[in-house]
Design a protein around this ligand. Sequence first.
Ligand SMILES: NC(=O)c1ccc[n+]([C@@H]2O[C@H](COP(=O)([O-])OP(=O)(O)OC[C@H]3O[C@@H](n4cnc5c(N)ncnc54)[C@H](OP(=O)(O)O)[C@@H]3O)[C@@H](O)[C@H]2O)c1
Length: 332
Amino acid sequence: MDKFKAIVVDKLNDQIEYGVKKITMDDLSSGDVVIKVMYSSLNYKDMLAVQNHGGVIRNYPMIPGIDLSGVIVSSADSKFKSGDKVLITGFDLGMSHTGGLSEYVRVSEEWIVKLPENMSCKQAMMLGTAGFTAALAIVKLLDNGMSVSNRPEVLITGSTGGVGSIAVQILSVMGFDNINALVRKDYQVELAKELGANKIVRPEDIKTDGKPLKKSSFDFVIDTVGGYVAAELIPQISYGGSMTMCGNAAGIKLDTTVLPFILRGINLFGIDSVKYPIESRSAIWNRFINDWHIFDNLKYNEVILEEVPQVLDQLKQGRHLGRTIVKVSEKI
Ligand SMILES: NC(=O)c1ccc[n+]([C@@H]2O[C@H](COP(=O)([O-])OP(=O)(O)OC[C@H]3O[C@@H](n4cnc5c(N)ncnc54)[C@H](OP(=O)(O)O)[C@@H]3O)[C@@H](O)[C@H]2O)c1
């Protein structure tokens, strides 16, 4: 096979460098399936992957990209055949195994999900890890009492980021009508409303001043940022309510007390998309075809591989809004 394009991250003299390079199949990690990548997407973790000491990439050089959708080129495994449309999110992709920001990947069949019928490669990456994670959080809350008929107050943190923006959109199409979007910056208010938020909450509105319990304001919380933001919210969850946590953009420490748990019986659920069992993944992806019709309203930017370094820089500087998908190959 001729040379093809990929984003390559390298560490030279303790400095991180990244850009588009021409590589060969010999530069890819090993696996029994070769996929031509049609689309990838950019996530918070991809931004960490190009940061010095970001904790994502363990060996250099590496091709980042934790998500991809594409078409099987060759497979030594009977589950997949040439021409099948597939997607991958998570596992070691783009971390210790060369990732989705490349025209070709070689992976183990154990990471591959067949695209749901009627979902295109582009639509799969409009969702990507962010959409999959938002879906896991929402399914967890639905399984624990969140129901449209009760008209609960639901708060989403990081509501204009990748995970948060898709969570707001799913809740909105489901018919939830008390969707509270936590927004830090003035220019994000309009976007949060367009996504489907009914109420805008600003950081000053959720301050507890260190009180272990405060007025019950939210029945369910989808937290994507962790740290002090999550700690402020736990004392404000109503009796029997639940919160999911998936991220640490605001820090990894959680400074809280047991009181909301033992006096209000609240639940705290961790969400992990990376090692989520492969056999349960299709059911989650199918929800976007069968139940949650958000594709027409999903907000995303589309870029090509050459534009990826610039978007990663925006992500680093906190200047990035919503989702960015990457068109990796022009045609199958
Ligand atoms: N557990 C999993 O499987 C899993 C899967 C996907 C993502 N994640 C994690 O989830 C988090 C969000 O991912 P993403 O892809 O949605 O990232 P993203 O698109 O970069 O969005 C991050 C969001 O967090 C907000 N934020 C950052 N720092 C904040 C702070 N100090 N206080 C309040 N809000 C803050 C940002 O708001 P501004 O725009 O105001 O900065 C933005 O809305 C990340 O930590 C990511 O690693 C985990």
